[in-house]
Design a protein around this ligand. Sequence first.
Ligand SMILES: Cc1cc2nc3c(=O)[nH]c(=O)nc-3n(C[C@H](O)[C@H](O)[C@H](O)COP(=O)(O)OP(=O)(O)OC[C@H]3O[C@@H](n4cnc5c(N)ncnc54)[C@H](O)[C@@H]3O)c2cc1C
Ligand code: FES
Length: 478
Amino acid sequence: MGYTGLRIHHHPVLTFRRGREVTIYFEGEPIKAFEGEALAAALYAAGHKILRYSPKHGRPRSVFCMIGKCGSCIVEVDGIAKRACQELVRDGMRVRRIKGYPVLKEAGGGAKPVEEVEAEALIIGGGPAGLAAAEVLGTHGVRTLIVDDSHRLGGQLIKQTHRFFGSRELFAGLRGFQIAEKYEEKIRSFESVDVLLRTTAIGVFKEGVFAVGEERNYVLRAGTYLVATGAVENYLPFENNDLPGVMGAGAAQTLMNVWGVLPGKRPLIVGAGNVGLIVAYQLLQAGAKPAAIVEAAPRIGGWFVHAAKVRRYGVPIYVRHTIVAAHGEEGVEAATIAEVDERWRPIPGTEKTIECDAVLLAVGLTPNVDLLRQFGAKTKYVPELGGLTALRTEYLETTVPGVYVAGDVAGVEEATTAIIEGWIAGYSMLMKLRGERDEWMKERERLLKLLKTYRSSPVSARVRAGLEKVIIGGEEVA
Ligand SMILES: Cc1cc2nc3c(=O)[nH]c(=O)nc-3n(C[C@H](O)[C@H](O)[C@H](O)COP(=O)(O)OP(=O)(O)OC[C@H]3O[C@@H](n4cnc5c(N)ncnc54)[C@H](O)[C@@H]3O)c2cc1C
Ligand code: FES
């Protein structure tokens, strides 16, 4: 049985309620794991970072996103290709690495049953944006269905251990995972709101939205739709950027804060925005010692308070530096960093090699717009909002009538703004279904004002500039 010391046993904020101890088999070798934890986390904790080999060059692959989006963790589970980050451990499961392309097989050798479900409102994505919209719809008795591909509601919030800023209405003072728990409880209390977890919406068809679940598949139809699918983490080009142990900072958070497994004992972090700084602090809390943080910009992009905390623990922050290579055979063992010029090009002769066992990329996110495009919504590339995102009215209706957007998929921002957008989209959907009412219009205007207040600080200047490029008039919804 593998033991690597990556399991977190003591944490100042989190308590890991692990399931019963079971045995799973990886390439025939028995491994100790906990029932109900992500298979990828169990394998990583047991020292099995290599999960598959790339189809063309046979390069080793491990987790990169931990949210089911990158495909680098696909393994064979009891003969069926599955994403190890989304698959939950069961006693006795037999897991094998895949070399080349996975083989397409259906569970039990036959097609899964397809269930047709109708609702008044379909929400794709149960992160803060989707949950906030569901809150409005549930409060008004609208038959609502939320689908989410994760095992829990809350989106990115379930891995945030730091306290949020803002107002009481927006959960200031609570930690992200506590906000997710509160929201989940509230949503589950609405009789008119149903939730399908571990279910991925993969396509928009004439018959409805097709979604793949564990036991069955679904065709989902509704009077209004909200796409609240969040964002995916960005990659960075450098030598060996596909080595096992190179992963998104959000993936590292999922491993350590959701599953209680360290991504490494001495990771190097790339990016000193809020995400990079917060992850560094969370690693320290969990018992790891980040090797360093590198940042290509001339100054730290995140809040000073986060940077100060990390520095107090002796983590060096190298500004005007980038990563140029990761080194190792089967996983990260070291990385080379170098100083950059004003155009962020590495300056030859300034290279330094740093020993580390993981490289965590905190270099931004890109809106997850695939489904929006399948709905036929017009999109536009807006760098200030993270990339391609939907054109929409200020009430968040896209160019396709009845299809709304909210949260990071509408422009990478924050949970607080995602929640306010979710509320606004919720009122828009409510009025689409039930007609306009004075009190609903007034509440929506109040929320719009609140959103503007949140975006009025100099920190949000980029977002404001981006929004100017995507907000359209109602007459353009056709
Ligand atoms: C390290 C870090 C720290 C942060 N700190 C803060 C902070 O202090 N304050 C703050 O306000 N914000 C913070 N944020 C940002 C915040 O977490 C996000 O902006 C917010 O979660 C976005 O909400 P969302 O609902 O749009 O998307 P998400 O939270 O990403 O939720 C999207 C959901 O959709 C699901 N999904 C996606 N595609 C599909 C599909 N095809 N089918 C079914 N389900 C799907 C996903 O599984 C996910 O559950 C932080 C983010 C990070 C990474
Ligand atoms: S799909 Fe599992 S790590 Fe990306």
